[in-house]
Design a protein around this ligand. Structure first.
Ligand SMILES: Nc1nc2c(ncn2[C@@H]2O[C@H](COP(=O)(O)OP(=O)(O)OP(=O)(O)O)[C@@H](O)[C@H]2O)c(=O)[nH]1
Ligand SMILES: [Mg+2]
Length: 198
């Protein structure tokens, strides 16, 4: 798929503020600092569409981007950032779960996981919650440029193994790197296929 245009539409902090639900939407979620915004920039070939930050917890609202005037990418706030207050965390969680459960045009959810680490409880809990709610998703293991491919593979296998505790199916898995651009074509192809199925 060719990206002809990628535009910021708006930010929202509650479901009623989201833009009209006329386009199929694909959302990116994962821990703070996992690389959600960087991945959106990689997919759209723009360096500064989504704000990338060395400070975790930067994206505190849901940001919507319209692509090719046909579909939208959504940058969700990162979960698991300890430095925000509990009440603020509850607010994020409520908004994010509200969005995931009730957004009628949400067509695909990508859960980003840092490929450098062995399975983390928070990521597994989030994936278990999606499965419980019957929300289809794909996993994207990010920052693969930072470690050896063998370790990436080991961590992916361990994650899948850990998922067997609560799921019988095989997850859809991508690998990505904002540095080597790994995964860009595969993820765009997946989105393309998903929009064609509508
Ligand atoms: N080497 C490398 N660095 C990456 C990659 N993706 C993201 N980073 C770096 O990781 C940091 C966090 O990236 P972001 O894209 O801002 O992460 P985020 O998930 O949007 O973070 P929050 O919005 O805070 O939740 C930045 O310093 C990025 O440059 C990658 O694939 N490879
Ligand atoms: Mg971000």
């Amino acid at each position: 798929m060719r990206i002809q245009s990628a535009k910021f539409i708006k930010s929202a902090t509650q479901l009623p503020d989201c833009p009209s639900a006329e386009f199929p939407e694909f959302a990116f979620i994962g821990r703070s600092n996992v690389g959600k915004s960087s991945l959106i920039n990689l997919l759209t070939n723009k360096n500064d569409l989504a704000r990338v930050s060395k400070t975790p917890g930067r994206t505190r609202e849901i940001n919507f981007f319209k692509i090719n005037d046909q579909w939208a990418l959504v940058d969700l706030p990162g979960y698991g950032y300890a430095k925000v207050s509990q009440s603020m965390r509850d607010q994020f969680n409520e908004f994010v779960s509200d969005y995931i459960l009730h957004r009628e045009n949400l067509c695909g959810t990508f859960v980003l996981v840092d490929s450098r680490h062995s399975p983390q409880k928070l990521d597994l809990q989030f994936v278990a919650w999606l499965i419980d709610c019957e929300i289809p998703f794909a996993l994207i293991f990010t920052k693969t440029d930072k470690i050896k491919p063998k370790v990436v593979q080991k961590n992916i296998n361990q994650f899948k193994e850990a998922m067997k505790e609560f799921s019988s199916g095989e997850p859809i898995v991508f690998q990505s790197s904002a540095s080597t651009r790994e995964g860009r074509q595969e993820i765009l192809m997946f989105i393309d296929e998903a929009t064609k199925k509508l």
